[in-house]
Each structure stands twice: as structure tokens, then as C-alpha cells.
Design a binder for this molecule. Structure first.
Ligand code: FES
Length: 258
């Protein structure tokens, strides 16, 4: 264990632990758009930037992305130094210009006092901020069905050749974890459509509500050893079944004691 100072408080952490995880543990609010606990950090959004220094640096400071910066003994961190706040404001100003429809960005920008962008707005801009949480999470799940393609302004997230991706099982991890709700999908009539691919959903045998796609249920039952039948019951019916079982056990215990 080592000690670092965050905003004047000495805290203990592991040597090499990323600063952002220590900051979060200390319940200090640092904005992020590209961070997700389940996947490796990418340093794409720069919003988690903090000021770091050490007594032996003679007053010199550095500005680093805390999601990618490992803690070292004696490090002094300021999460909201004036220059850090200014940097976050500039980044959010730019995001607001490029993605004016994103509620998440509007909210973060407002938190930093940026109520309107000072830059020219991209009127038809979409909400993809290229944070790559979707592609990293898809890789992490073992599918790698989508990736970033193109360069510069033309860079975007897409399936290979913009066709229905063979490896996508419709797990929705990309869409559900997209911070700006950019990834669209449609559900209805027992089907799910995402990335130009259509899936059949498994229906709950008790109430009829759909659970996951057939492909995802098959994947989980093969790779994670979860019986396929598990997905033939929705969360609510699983919970009801569990409560009914607990009730029966409680009754049985009462009878045994009496
Ligand atoms: S969270 Fe986006 S750069 Fe660190």
C-alpha cells in the first residue's frame, strides 16, 4: 500500500492503481464519458483530467487523464484545480458544439457552467462521441461485432462493411452502456433489431414478456453454463418464484417448530 493526497486528504491505495478508481472510492465527482468499470480505460474523452504534482517537483504540475494514470507514493492530486476546471469547460464546450442533442453532454456542460457552446454548432451532428465504450464492451463480451472505422471527421462506430454483423448476438451491451444513447435498437413483436440485424427474442413461459435474444441465450448457456431454460423466465417471474419458495420454507420451518 502507498499514500497519495487527493484534494488535501491523505488516502491509502495500491501502488499503480489508476487514480480515477481511487478518486471514485473517495466519492469525489470527476466527470467521465469514456470510462466503464468493466473494460480497460481508453483516455478518449479527457474529462477525467486532474492536476498532479510531488513535493520534489519544485512547484511543477502535470495534467493527466486520471483513468490512465497510475498512483505513485507521495503523489499530490487536485481534481478541481482552476486549470482543470477550465480544461473541462473547453472540452464540454466542444462536445456541446459537435453533439448538441445529447442530454448527457448538456447536463455535464451545465455542471461546469457551459449553458451554450461558444463554437459553431454541427447542426446535423449525431450523438456518437467516439468514446468506444461500445466497441470495448463488445470485445470484452467476446463478440467483437463492431469497431471504429474511417479516420478524422469520417470516423464512426460500425459493423464490418456496414452489414449485419455475423458475430452480434443482440446482447445490447453496446446500446445500454452508450453514455449518449447514440446506438439505436427496436423491439416489438418478439423481435429485436440492432445494427441492421434482426433477432428472435425468448419469451417468458409464465407471463410471456420477452427476456433476451435466442442467440444470446444460446451463447450464455454454452459459454457460461447457464441452462437455456433460465432465460425462458423473466426477472420478475424468477423473483416471484423465489419469494414463493422462501414462503414455503418459512411455513415448513414454522410447522416443524410447532
Ligand atoms: S474517463 Fe475519459 S479520458 Fe478518462
Amino acid at each position: 500500500m502507498i499514500h497519495i493526497t487527493i484534494n488535501g486528504k491523505v488516502v491509502e491505495c495500491k501502488d499503480g492503481e489508476m487514480l480515477l478508481s481511487v478518486i471514485r472510492r473517495e466519492r469525489i465527482d470527476v466527470p467521465t464519458l469514456c470510462h466503464h468499470e468493466a473494460v480497460e480505460p481508453s483516455g478518449a474523452c479527457r474529462l477525467c483530467t486532474v492536476e498532479v504534482t510531488k513535493p520534489e517537483w519544485d512547484g511543477w504540475c502535470d495534467y493527466v487523464t486520471s483513468c490512465l494514470y497510475p498512483a505513485k507514493d507521495g503523489l499530490i492530486v487536485n481534481t478541481h484545480a482552476p486549470k482543470v476546471n477550465e480544461l473541462r469547460k473547453s472540452i464540454l464546450d466542444m462536445y456541446l458544439a459537435r453533439h448538441p442533442k445529447s442530454l448527457k453532454i448538456k447536463q455535464l456542460a451545465a455542471d461546469y457552467g457551459v449553458l451554450a457552446t461558444s463554437l459553431e454548432t454541427v447542426v446535423d451532428g449525431n450523438n456518437c462521441i467516439l468514446c468506444t465504450i461500445c466497441t470495448r464492451i463488445c470485445d470484452h463480451m467476446g463478440f467483437s461485432a463492431i469497431s471504429t472505422v474511417g479516420r478524422g471527421h469520417g470516423k464512426e462506430v460500425a459493423p464490418p462493411l456496414d452489414m449485419a454483423p455475423a458475430d452480434c448476438v443482440g446482447c445490447l451491451a453496446c446500446a445500454k452502456n452508450c453514455p449518449t444513447d447514440y446506438i439505436e435498437y427496436e423491439t416489438g413483436n418478439g423481435r429485436l433489431k440492432i445494427w441492421n440485424k434482426e433477432f428472435e427474442m425468448v419469451a417468458c413461459t409464465v407471463c410471456g414478456k420477452t427476456t433476451v435474444t435466442k442467440e444470446f441465450a444460446e451463447h450464455l448457456s454454452q459459454q457460461r453454463d447457464i441452462p437455456f431454460e433460465y432465460f425462458e423466465k423473466c426477472d420478475e417471474c424468477h423473483r416471484k418464484e423465489l419469494s414463493a419458495t422462501m414462503g414455503k420454507i418459512a411455513n415448513w420451518e414454522r410447522e416443524v417448530r410447532s
